[in-house]
Design a protein around this ligand. Structure first.
Ligand SMILES: *[C@@H]1O[C@H](CO)[C@@H](O)[C@H](O)[C@H]1NC(C)=O
Ligand SMILES: *[C@@H]1O[C@H](CO)[C@@H](O)[C@H](O)[C@H]1NC(C)=O
Ligand SMILES: *[C@@H]1O[C@H](CO)[C@@H](O)[C@H](O)[C@H]1NC(C)=O
Length: 206
């Protein structure tokens, strides 16, 4: 009886203090991806399915805007695991962190609507990988939202990571136009904020 109370108390504290569902889903996404065979082609599109639940709704009764980012996280975790990118980073002692992200919302996702998150590695430069994620409705193929992110690689250049995965040097694919604009926007914003705070251009922070 006493043990049961302690266990329940601990569980309650856990749920109150931590976003337990986030960690659980992230863990399951990685576990599932690990059980599936590795996809050798790093540029291959990866599909992750989702469903809009009552918990995801906001005042307008559609999936709330932050939820897209959260779902995209799970899809990326799955993609990075399946493509072997996480494994490569780990064996190289390197790390990855999201340095920028933008979302365009094009059509609402309603209650109980299913969607697919199609994740693609677009290209890379000397510091980061650029990833596109599309929320696609299987009903009519419409892209309901599109997300661009910059995955900053720490400790090594993305080139070297790709080289270690492919066992040869691979050039990055061409940068799509809208991505070039977005990268310029990020640089512009970064320089403006640096100028405002008087930080020199040489620091790594953006
Ligand atoms: C919206 O999404 C966030 C992140 O997934 C979640 O924590 C929150 O409970 C959701 N609901 C509302 C109404 O914002
Ligand atoms: C940002 O972009 C604008 C328009 O292209 C340009 O005039 C401005 O000089 C840029 N600012 C910085 C800090 O690069
Ligand atoms: C940083 O570099 C930009 C141009 O690349 C320049 O306009 C700006 O004045 C520099 N800022 C500082 C604080 O040196």
């Amino acid at each position: 009886m006493c043990i049961l109370v302690v266990v329940l108390g601990l569980a309650a504290a856990f749920f109150a203090l931590l976003d337990v569902w986030y960690f659980l889903r992230a863990f399951l996404a990685v576990l599932r991806a690990r059980l599936q065979p590795v996809v050798k082609d790093l540029l291959k599109e990866h599909t992750f399915s989702g469903l809009v639940l009552p918990h995801d709704l906001d005042f307008l009764l559609h999936m709330n805007n932050s939820r897209y980012l959260r779902e995209a996280d799970f899809a990326r975790l799955s993609f990075f695991t399946r493509s072997g990118l996480f494994g490569a980073l780990h064996s190289l002692g390197a790390g990855m962190v999201m340095a920028a992200c933008t979302v365009r919302y094009r059509r609402s996702l309603r209650l109980l609507e299913t969607f697919e998150i199609r994740t693609r590695l677009l290209c890379w430069d000397d510091k980061a990988f650029y990833v596109e994620q599309r929320f696609v409705s299987p009903r009519d193929g419409f892209v309901c939202a599109v997300l661009l992110s910059r995955q900053h690689i720490m400790g090594i250049s993305p080139d070297k990571v790709v080289q270690s995965m492919c066992k040869r040097k691979v050039e990055s694919p061409e940068f799509p136009d809208e991505l070039m604009h977005w990268i310029n926007y990020n640089d512009n914003s970064s320089q403006k904020l640096r100028a405002e705070s008087g930080i020199s251009n040489s620091t790594k922070d953006q």
